[in-house]
Design a protein around this ligand. Structure first.
Ligand code: ADP
Ligand code: S3P
Ligand code: MG
Length: 305
């Protein structure tokens, strides 16, 4: 059937453009328009200020085309907002978020940490202060000694030792391998959070060895920091690697240099997050017994345990 007689060519194109408009680009365009209106700028004025043609800007505002990141950055600068404000509704279109962000702007890391603690308190997410030191959680990369030193510490303090990996398997009803391979990383993180919530409920007094990747989920990290006295067990990348190999995991041997580079990158990427722990303890260059003695002493001095 020849539809072109029923629908003139131009209408078909318009219709197609309507159908094909990508909702994300439409929302992006609406945010640009709304930010521009709030500033009281005409499209022409914004075009001038951002050095983007009026036509290009019109397309952007209509959600047509796909503006480059650099063009978006120019528009954001001209609107005096962050690039992310164009991309997400959590930004400049929500007045409270905007006002809070303004209060936090330029603060030091320590000031931000105090703001986080105050918010944790305000939203009832903090555990009682004394309960926090009763629950010691060890964080760090594979081979840090979380399982080994954790078990020794629990025996010494005469409290249960909780290997969170086992709790995750219990919550999921299958092995870690199955969770990763069959259900994927998002499901894994969900089980990990649920396992930690349950462990906090079940064990007021314990030593918890956490999985190395736990710090990559901010909600789970918040939960951990607010309910446990946390200790980052540190080691050099070489020692992480040699300890893991010594435990019989020969996989990293295959491409040692590549595996070493990966390990370094993972450690670099996580260090600032592991660093949020209440205590950092360096295990490198120490025999196991010596490391344990040092950890025990640091806990007595810093946490009164
Ligand atoms: N100074 C040290 N601190 C911690 N572990 C050490 C040290 N020296 C040797 N090790 C060995 O390194 C391994 C650490 O592995 P593990 O406790 O399983 O770490 P994680 O649970 O953090 O992955 C253990 O076999 C432990 O005996
Ligand atoms: O560092 C990581 O990304 C991981 C470390 C492992 O835990 P351990 O640190 O307990 O060995 C593993 O269980 C986890 O799935 C991923
Ligand atoms: Mg372990």
């Amino acid at each position: 059937m020849d539809t072109s007689t029923a629908h003139p060519h131009k209408d078909l194109n318009t219709e197609r453009a309507e159908v094909q408009r990508e909702p994300f680009l439409v929302a992006l365009g609406e945010r640009v328009r709304s930010l521009r209106a709030r500033k009281g700028l005409t499209r022409r004025a914004l075009a001038l200020a951002s050095d983007v043609s009026e036509r290009h800007l019109a397309n952007l505002e209509l959600g047509v085309g796909n503006a480059s990141v650099l063009v978006l950055r120019q528009v954001a600068r001209a609107l005096d907002c962050e690039l992310v404000d164009l991309l997400s509704d959590e930004g400049a279109n929500a007045p409270e978020r905007l006002l809070i962000r303004e209060l936090l702007r330029g603060r030091s890391d320590d000031e931000l940490r105090r703001a986080r603690l105050a918010l944790t308190e305000l939203y009832g997410q903090a555990g009682p202060a004394d309960a926090r030191t009763a629950r010691i959680a060890l964080v760090g990369l594979r081979g840090a000694g979380k399982s080994t030193l954790g078990q020794m510490l629990a025996d010494d303090l005469n409290v249960p030792f909780v290997e969170l990996n086992r709790e995750i398997e219990r919550v999921a009803g299958c092995g870690l391998g199955e969770i990763h391979n069959l259900l994927g990383p998002t499901a894994y993180r969900r089980y990990e959070r649920r396992a930690l919530e349950e462990a906090i409920q079940l064990y007021p007094d314990a030593v918890i060895a956490t999985p190395g990747g736990l710090v990559s989920d901010p909600a789970t990290l918040n939960l951990l920091l607010s309910h446990c006295y946390t200790v980052w067990l540190r080691a050099t990348p070489q020692e992480h690697m040699s300890r893991v190999i010594e435990q019989g995991d020969l996989r990293p041997m295959a491409g040692n240099q590549e595996a070493m580079d990966d390990l370094r990158r993972i450690l670099d990427g996580r260090a600032a997050f592991y660093g949020k722990a209440d205590l950092s303890f360096d295990t490198s260059g120490k025999a196991l017994g010596e490391a344990y003695g040092g950890l025990r002493q640091a806990l007595r001095q810093q946490a009164g345990r």
